[in-house]
Design a protein around this ligand. Structure first.
Ligand SMILES: [Zn+2]
Length: 291
């Protein structure tokens, strides 16, 4: 990934005395790694370390917004100890603060939320006015409330739920070929799950089913999937996705992203609705037996 992130709205500044901060923001936390952030005034670094800055952010472990208190936003330097220290003090190599200022320099943010969970972000200083976020835990996907709070994600296995989150994040950064690759995997998996759940009613073997083109798989599963995903226009989506995402442009993938994402969501939401209907009917059945 290359290019710049443009925080046009911002003039980076932190004024702790007046409780003013437009540098450490939710937008910064949700911005991707390894993109250069321009117009960063080095004067912020002169104010480091900064402590006790508070920010409301999403915690995926608690599935809720929490207040994060930044314990430290600081510059750091490191010391590399080489060789057994008993040989000689000469074997220690120190890279001190001064050298770090001239060469690759980093700074970091460590925050603790009121729920007890932590956040750490590492930045690299590229030049006088440019920095780059080079590390973050939890990831930008886990810090994104909108992506994580979707109930239907619980219908996906953990691995596929994380594909969905990655796809949405990539889409939001305009990396749509990548985003579509993840969506396609999820969609293929849902078709296979649907085959497994209904295999007794399908005349094909699983081996033959997996060899089919996407549109042919859908034809075989038409009875078991939400009808909306067979509406006009979807055929074109499936044939383009099926032909190979690597042949499509970023722009084409951007157009296909929303319909395919919605097809996935429709399938998952219908699954939940069917489960709920089944459990309601079972409950009713038991009530009726007691009459
Ligand atoms: Zn938490």
């Amino acid at each position: 990934m290359d290019g710049f992130i443009n925080f046009e709205k911002f003039r980076f500044d932190i004024d702790m005395d007046n409780g003013y901060n437009n540098f450490i923001t939710e937008e910064l936390i949700l911005s991707p790694l390894y993109k250069k952030i321009k117009d960063f005034p080095k004067s912020i670094l002169e104010m480091l370390p900064i402590e006790n800055l508070k920010l409301e952010l999403y915690c995926n472990k608690c599935r809720n917004k929490r207040i994060y208190t930044f314990a430290t936003i600081g510059l750091d330097y490191y010391t590399i100890e080489m060789g057994p220290s008993f040989v000689s003090n000469q074997s220690s190599v120190s890279i001190g603060y001064e050298k770090m200022m001239k060469e690759n320099q980093y700074f970091y943010c460590i925050a603790k939320a009121d729920c007890g969970h932590n956040l750490i972000i590492l930045f690299k200083i590229i030049d006088e006015n440019t920095i780059m976020k080079v590390g973050q835990s939890p990831s930008i996907y886990d810090m994104n409330e909108e992506i994580n709070n979707k109930t239907f994600l619980r219908e996906l296995e953990k691995e596929y739920a994380s594909y969905y989150k990655t796809a949405c994040s990539l889409n939001s950064f305009n990396s749509n070929i990548g985003a579509m690759t993840y969506l396609r995997r999820i969609f293929e998996k849902l078709l296979l799950d649907c085959f497994d759940e209904n295999s007794s009613e399908i005349t094909l073997s699983k081996e033959d089913f997996t060899k089919l083109k996407m549109s042919e798989k859908l034809d075989n599963l038409r009875k078991f999937l939400p009808q909306i995903i067979f509406e006009n226009g979807y055929n074109q989506v499936y044939s383009k996705v099926s032909d190979g995402i690597h042949n499509l442009s970023e722009e084409e993938c951007a157009h296909l992203f929303i319909p395919l994402r919605m097809a996935i969501e429709e399938i998952l939401i219908e699954k939940i609705e069917l489960k709920e209907k089944k459990s309601r009917q079972e409950k009713l059945g038991k009530e009726l037996q007691n009459i």
